[in-house]
Design a protein around this ligand. Structure first.
Ligand code: KE4
Length: 424
């Protein structure tokens, strides 16, 4: 029995499914998940000493690779001064100033401890600011596990949201409506049905939880126009795209402004951090300044801020960081596309910046329904063969590949060789 198998057996005794987040269980690929002992740069090592080239990067945070010396040193320094005070600290001010300096339209920001919390809080704020109850989301977009966001995907565009999880009362999702990604008419239909009733439209500016699905030309700008016309707030959920596509995130990359933006992942440098923010007029409604309550014992935790600040400073101060990362990713995905073409397989490869995903379908993938035409058995076989060749991909068709500045030309060459073999 391998160390991972032994640990997984023990884990399943005391942790639901043996994991602290479902996707880690490798359920959709039917394998024992490697238990990771350590990471460095682009590499991971499991408890059996097996080495992998990592394209999950903790689902996005590790854009500089694992155990970056500057991030680790900042954490070590912060730890020596104490881990948590439940009091205001200098680093929280520096973090808020740093984010507002580089994210378009961000005048105020509140730190929380996860992307889920950031979205939950932003939705409450949008409802408080507009005095309206309805929220529009998109089938295939994931915004964390707060009740209002756990609606059955695509349960009829005009019907009320039905709970997508046990334990979510119908009342929590009745005001959550589901539109079709890249389909502005499906959004306008919902707005027309209740022109004064929609508080916000929340969207992943790049769908990255149904595999990677780019916004079609004009989609995001169209959402901006519809929200302006109907008085709803536009919320960009940038938990993945924030500080990923560009320093200013998707707002900069696509040049479309949101009213509220949620963050997570990269801003924590690997530590538990989320945030939400926007213009002062809206953020001033958040307690203790305003009447929208939101709180958190470990929000703005000094050690987490130290990690996040160190990572964001490097992203901000490394000249041409995003141009280099996105150029590297573009050439990698283009080479992968050629290998897929040569394999004769039906595939659709979607990529935006350093995010990418291979679907095994002959259809172009522009929304959740398209993504579901992918042959998940073929994906599973591809995943297994890549893992056997030391390439650690997301263990589900409906996730993304994340490239980092730590992926070397050798890493990418080895990965392409593995893909050539795996697709035979
Ligand atoms: P967290 O609560 O997991 O920090 O963030 C929730 C969230 C919100 N918004 C977007 C766009 C997200 O992608 C996420 C979380 N992403 C998943 C990966 N696709 C997290 C991985 C997991 O659930 O373990």
């Amino acid at each position: 029995m391998s160390a991972s198998e032994e640990l997984f057996a023990r884990a399943k005794e005391r942790i639901p499914g043996g994991v602290n987040s479902p996707v880690r269980a490798f359920g959709s690929v039917g394998l024992t998940p490697p238990f990771i002992a350590r990471g460095s740069g682009s590499r991971l090592w499991d408890e059996d000493g097996r080495e992998y080239i990592d394209f999950v990067g903790s689902w996005g945070p590790m854009i500089l690779g694992h155990a970056h010396p500057a991030v680790e040193e900042a954490v070590a320094q912060a730890v020596r001064d104490g881990l948590s005070f439940g009091a205001a600290t200098r680093r929280e001010v520096e973090m808020a100033e740093m984010m507002c300096a580089v994210v378009p339209g961000l005048e105020m920001v509140r730190m929380v401890n996860s992307g889920t919390e950031a979205v939950m809080s932003a939705l409450r704020l949008a409802r408080g600011f507009t005095g309206r109850d309805k929220i529009i989301k998109f089938a295939g977009c994931y915004h964390g596990h707060s009740d209002a966001m756990l609606v059955k995907a695509g349960s009829g565009v005009l019907t009320q949201g039905l709970p997508g999880s046990a334990g979510v009362p119908a009342g929590c999702t009745k005001d959550t409506l589901t539109a079709i990604y890249n389909d502005l008419d499906s959004v306008e239909q919902l707005l027309l049905a209740d022109p004064e009733g929609v508080a916000a439209v929340i969207v992943e500016p790049v769908g990255a939880n149904m595999g990677v699905v780019p916004p079609a030309e004009g989609f995001l700008a169209g959402l901006r126009r519809l929200c302006d016309h109907y008085g709803a707030l536009l919320i960009f959920d940038e938990v993945i795209t924030g500080f990923r596509l560009a320093l200013g995130g998707a707002q900069q990359y696509f040049n479309v402004r949101a009213d509220l933006v949620t963050f997570g992942k990269i801003i924590g440098g690997g530590m538990p951090v989320g945030a939400y923010g926007g213009r002062k007029e809206i953020m001033s409604m958040v307690a203790p300044l305003g009447s929208v309550y939101q709180a958190g014992t470990l929000s703005g935790n000094p050690v987490a801020m130290a990690a996040g600040l160190a990572q964001l400073r490097l992203l901000k101060e490394t000249l041409g960081f995003y141009e280099a990362l996105n150029r590297k990713a573009d050439s990698f995905f283009s080479a992968l596309e050629e290998i897929l073409q040569a394999s004769g397989r039906a595939f659709c490869l979607n990529r935006v910046g350093s995010l990418g995903c291979v679907f095994f379908t002959e259809k172009p993938v522009w929304n959740y329904e398209d993504a579901q035409t992918s042959d998940t058995a073929a994906f599973t076989e591809y995943f297994r063969r890549m893992l056997q060749r030391g390439v650690y991909l997301a263990s589900s068709q409906f996730e993304a590949m994340f490239l980092s500045s730590a992926h070397s030309p050798e890493d990418l060459r080895r990965t392409l060789d593995a893909a050539r073999e795996a697709l035979k």
